[in-house]
Ligand binder design. Sequence first.
Ligand code: ADP
Ligand code: MG
Length: 392
Amino acid sequence: MADIQALKERFISLYGADSAFPLRVFHAPGRVNLIGEHTDYNGGYVFPAALTFGTTMLVRERSDGQVGLASTNFPLRKQISISSVAFDTEDGWTNYPKGIIRELQLRGVSVPGCDILYSGAIPNGSGLSSSASIEVVTAFALLTLAGQTPDKIEVALLSQKAENEFMGVQCGIMDQFAVAMGKKEHAILLMCDTLEYKHVPFRSGEYRLVIGNTNKQRGLVDSKYNERRAQCEQAVSDLRAKFPELRLLGQLTRDQFNGAKHAIADDTVRRRAQHVVEEIDRVLQSMKVLEQGDLAAFGQLMNGSHDSLRDLYEVTGVELDTMVDAARRVPGVLGSRMTGAGFGGCTVSLVHRDAVERFIDEVGRVYRAKTGLTADFYVCDIGDGVQELTTA
Ligand code: ADP
Ligand code: MG
């Protein structure tokens, strides 16, 4: 968590101490998907969790209809008028809060003028969703300033809409949902198209989540992602010979799929579908074993997920595989897998707290030796979703 007192001093030095309005502090976390990869667009579950670090937002109303935007993470500052909020490439990061203001206005919320200072502890662009974090904290804070008690699911939905429409990024709902609805020591079982969800206890005890960033540039992600989606659609179309009503792979149990998979003509397409059906099953098993407090069993499911993403879905690559292999060799590691779309990005591992130092040292060394890249590591616990921290 950021040093709030230091941030308040920074805020005052930027915007002055003299105001009739209180300075309020809000926070939204980053997130990690623990298991359930490439399931969302197949009507299956994902299993994200909010982290204990995220984006802190200090905000103070002002009465002249202006909005001051500053961040400790970027030098760019802006002052805009609340009555003319528009996207501009030159405005860099400030487009994120502008997108939220615009979306709130489109929904009829009367957003007051205000001064804002953000401070983010999430590395940008590495898959821990700093963008969802800044969006959700902004939406939640501005709704609160407008006198509302924000509904967190609405906050997630409007933040996603702003990212889709104002920023032009076609993301799903998982990130914003996890960041808004996270709960300390719980993962979230979430069905992205219906928003059916459940908080599942994640009693990590003596274990920590360690996220490893491969720092690999992800060049091919979009085209490969589209190819995988098309292969899943092909699998559904072939399987309709057996299940005429089938719309999404997520509608099939593992047994139903195994009984019908020969209807899929292409071998590669069949392997893609096998991953999806088994991954959804692994998510449901994860919920069960975690409800029983069996972290070791969850670690095994994490391993199974990665192996399937490597062998059946083929979205890992040498960097992620190297990092995961090295992680599993460290004593005290219950499981390790890639997280996110793949081809780079991050891994997540469940590591005994006494082994964390050795983990970072050994995995970092092996990874550098084999890939020539330097990894970053973040040791995390599962934290709460968006909230107001204090009033001052
Ligand atoms: P990711 O969501 O994976 O971290 P994105 O590229 O989607 O990566 O979002 C990162 C962008 O979000 C940053 O480049 C910046 O524009 C904006 N952003 C995130 N956190 C902050 C922050 N604390 N201050 C200012 N801008 C931020
Ligand atoms: Mg993002």
